[in-house]
Design a protein around this ligand. Structure first.
Ligand code: SF4
Length: 486
């Protein structure tokens, strides 16, 4: 167990000359809870320099709730672009003055419980605002805090929320307000998400380096960097396992090793990581990110990877979808991998509106990401696109998974936005399915649906080197699909 007092004291000295995280910088300059709140909303999933510039532009036009209320959503989008999820954030900012007026007398509240009732404010933002704007004890758990606390073995958690809860129990309260600022600076400067600089780290003798692959230092031997092969082609697999605990009993690990992927994306895991055995939590040669649903035994996504991504993003920044653990995005140096488990429109299409709202937000996010670098969308989209993609199109035209609204959205994704359906790039044959009902012996008769996909942004079409369906791999009512990518 690390000595937290010693570690914090060393790091406070260490980060003195590092860049200050942008929200702390803004807080030091303006001391106004409203502007700190707005800057914190802008900062989520956005690089510090982009947040700083967008905040400056916005505050020139709107430094108070009343001024913000005069700006329309399109105006806000224009001002804050290119912050992450700028469309969602523009909408949240447009709603913010009204909500503050109606619920909080026009003032920014000073508790986490009240702040999370504001549009676009999750626990991380709320904790940060309480700590930075109101100088009250609160633990903000940025991805750096979550990651580094686990590297030290100070907590053993799988999500930032669990890290926050664990830290409430054991981190001395005197550190709550400053730990985020210290670890964000340290995580950006030394203990980086990829190849941390352990060779020059002030904690080198104290840190157990759990799960860490340090950078290679010129002139010294070090472990080979990452995996892959010398052709530069990587293999990605996506599989809706319909319950990872059940799949484990049906040969999941054999299939996992047989497929031998560089990245392995799962949907519908239906489990919290702590409910899973060590054999899947610690697969040799892989690490994993988990995004389980809040509701036990429901939905959820995970991604196993060999080469550490630069960043991981949980969800779509929309609590309605994110509580179901539906989207997990890994940012690599050359691409984003968006692993998504789309909602089912359900019997009688009673969840169609929810599904289409999810689809719209996801597509907006994909288009934004594609402006930065290649985007690979994989997962169970819960829709067959064309008649060729299901055994009985005529009988299913009004059913979930093939309703007009769902197909229209697929048209938008493929035809309007131009995303390339990797499997159809190589294979135009019928009877190629990825899901079969457990009823009526459907799999043996190949009465199925193709609802699991790899789709790639139009500019990256040339990077698709192959795509397959693996119907011979059982263990779920879906089979895996794969992509070769260069
Ligand atoms: S020794 Fe390495 S892993 Fe540990 S805190 Fe320092 S940089 Fe991070």
């Amino acid at each position: 167990m690390i000595d937290i007092d010693r570690v914090v004291s060393l790091l406070e000295q260490e980060v003195r000359d590092y860049d200050v995280p942008v929200v702390d910088l803004i807080a030091a300059q303006i001391k106004d809870p409203f502007r700190i709140l707005v800057a914190t909303i802008l900062s989520a999933r956005t690089r510090d320099e982009v947040t700083a510039a967008a905040s400056r532009r916005l505050f020139r036009k709107a430094a108070t709730p009343d001024e913000l209320a005069t700006l329309s959503v399109p105006e806000l989008e224009k001002i804050i672009y290119p912050v992450g999820f700028f469309r969602n954030k523009a909408r949240y900012l447009a709603e913010l003055p009204g909500v503050l007026r109606e619920r909080f007398d026009g003032r920014v509240p000073d508790t986490v419980e009240q702040l999370v009732r504001l549009p676009g404010v999750g626990r991380k933002t709320a904790n940060l605002v309480v700590a930075v704007a109101f100088n009250k004890p609160a633990i903000c758990v940025d991805t750096h805090v979550h990651r580094i606390m686990n590297i030290w073995g100070y907590v053993e958690t799988t999500t930032p929320l669990r890290t926050e809860n664990a830290l409430r129990e054991k981190l001395p309260e005197k550190y709550w307000k400053r730990i985020n600022s210290i670890l964000v600076a340290f995580g950006q400067g030394t203990c980086k998400p990829v190849r941390p600089l352990c060779d020059r780290c002030v904690l080198a003798d104290l840190c157990p380096r759990i799960g860490v692959t340090p950078r290679r230092v010129p002139g010294r031997t070090a472990a080979a960097a990452g995996a892959g092969n010398n052709t530069g082609v990587r293999k990605l697999v996506s599989w809706n396992v319909n319950g990872l605990r059940a799949a484990l009993k049906k040969g999941f690990l054999d299939a996992f090793h047989e497929l031998d992927a560089d990245v392995f994306a799962l949907q519908e895991i239906k489990a919290m990581p702590e409910q899973l055995p060590d054999e899947v939590l610690n697969i040799d040669g892989y690490h994993a990110y988990w995004h389980p649903a809040v509701k036990k035994g429901y939905a959820g996504t995970a991604v196993f990877y060999r080469v550490e991504p630069l960043q991981v993003y949980y969800g779509l920044d929309n609590p309605e979808f994110d509580r179901e653990g539906r989207v997990l995005t890994l940012e690599f140096s050359d691409c984003f991998l968006v692993n998504a488990y789309f909602p089912n429109a359900q019997h009688g299409l009673r969840r169609l509106d929810f599904k289409l709202a999810f689809n719209r937000e996801l597509l907006a996010s994909l288009e934004r990401l594609a402006k930065e670098k290649s985007v690979i969308l994989c997962g169970d989209l819960n829709v067959a696109h064309k008649p060729i993609d299901l055994a009985n199109p005529g009988a299913n035209e009004k059913n979930p998974g093939y309703s007009a609204g769902e197909r229209a959205w697929m048209d938008e994704l493929v035809h309007s936005a131009g995303f390339v359906d990797a499997f159809r790039k190589f294979n135009q044959k019928p009877d190629q399915y990825t899901w079969w009902s457990y009823r009526f012996n459907a799999r043996a008769k190949n009465i199925g649906w193709r609802i699991d996909y790899f789709l790639v942004d139009p500019a990256s079409d040339g990077r698709i080197k192959g795509a397959e369906i693996h119907p011979g791999i059982t263990g779920s009512d879906h089979c895996p699909v794969s992509l070769l990518w260069k």
